[in-house]
Design a protein around this ligand. Structure first.
Ligand code: NVA
Length: 308
């Protein structure tokens, strides 16, 4: 059976832990494992902007002995020039795996249905699961565990990062609190989906509208841009509503004294996060960025193996 990584809960808690173990191994010996030797090709398609995702996948695929083939989303015109279904069948004949950043989750689902090779979500409107693997790896490095820790996400909880934190954090047995204003909270169905996973891992998933309550006592405090890709038209109104959820120095001080601050980047200092927090001693954002490569190498390796 072909395995895909389309959302954070496409791996079981045990599989997630295995992927993170492997990521750590690969971080310590980056050139030892060559599951893509040949080189086998991995197609990378970007329908939205990218820096970390493109560079970390390209470097990681090369380290695994493979060839990262960049397919220009604008040139391919997937779903416009030809259907997702037809593109999937064509790329599935060229590449051993497909990594895609796009808009609607259903586009990715359709790609996975027809490609015949593993498909990886490199960010959609709904999820950013590769970022969460990198984030969990980063937390493990700094805190030596995941289960039982409390993570507070403040800001646009209705975003891909809010959803992914719920699902991935619950899978890891963490207590995830999402703190967002009305209109920016994750769908109730997403909280329910995460809560079901959490019931099996000892974690929890909750909404806490008060940012001070959410951050108080947290081990990990997370935020993300208020203006996700595709939402640029709403910039002004979002900035106004989300301002009370800014990760300021004052808000960060409510967390545990040894809490870490996380942001998937790009960051807008003075908006969703204070420069003092982002660039401060408790920030782990550059580790997160580096860990994209190690975590993605691990999930690619896992999917190849699990798909037989
Ligand atoms: N929520 C952000 C994440 C950027 C990596 C966005 O979708 O633009």
């Amino acid at each position: 059976m072909t395995r895909h990584f389309l959302a954070d809960d496409d791996v079981t808690p045990a599989e997630q832990a295995r992927v993170l173990d492997l990521a750590l191994e690969l971080k310590h010996a980056p050139y030892d494992a060559k599951p893509l030797a040949g080189p086998r090709t991995v197609a990378m398609i970007f329908d939205k902007q990218t820096l970390r995702t493109q560079s970390s996948f390209a470097a990681g695929i090369a380290e695994l002995g493979g060839f990262p083939m960049l397919v220009d989303g604008a040139l391919a015109g997937i779903g416009v020039r030809e259907s997702v279904h037809d593109v999937a069948r064509v790329l599935g004949r060229q590449a051993a795996m497909i990594v895609w950043r796009t808009y609607e989750q259903r586009r990715l689902d359709e790609m996975a249905e027809h490609a015949g090779v593993p498909v990886v979500n490199a960010l959609t409107d709904d999820f950013h699961p590769c970022q969460l693997l990198a984030d969990l790896l980063t937390i493990r490095e700094h805190k030596e565990r995941l289960a039982g820790l409390t993570a507070a996400f403040v800001g646009d909880g209705a975003s891909n990062m809010g959803n992914s934190w719920l699902l991935a954090g619950a899978t890891a047995g963490m207590h995830v609190r999402i703190s967002s204003p009305e209109g920016f909270t994750p769908e109730p169905a997403m909280v329910e989906r995460a809560s079901k996973v959490a019931a099996g891992t000892g974690g929890s998933a909750a909404l806490e509208p008060d940012p001070v309550m959410a951050v108080t006592g947290a081990d990990v405090v997370v935020t993300d841009t208020w203006i996700s890709m595709g939402k640029e038209d709403e910039a002004a109104s979002r900035a106004e509503v989300l301002a009370p959820y800014s990760l300021t120095t004052e808000l960060f001080e409510k967390a545990k004294p040894d809490a870490i601050a996380m942001h998937c980047l790009p960051a807008y200092r003075g908006k969703e996060i204070d420069a003092e927090v982002l660039d401060g001693p408790q920030s782990v954002v550059w580790d997160e960025a580096e860990n994209r490569r190690h975590a993605q190498k691990a999930i690619l390796t896992f999917l190849l193996e699990a798909s037989g």
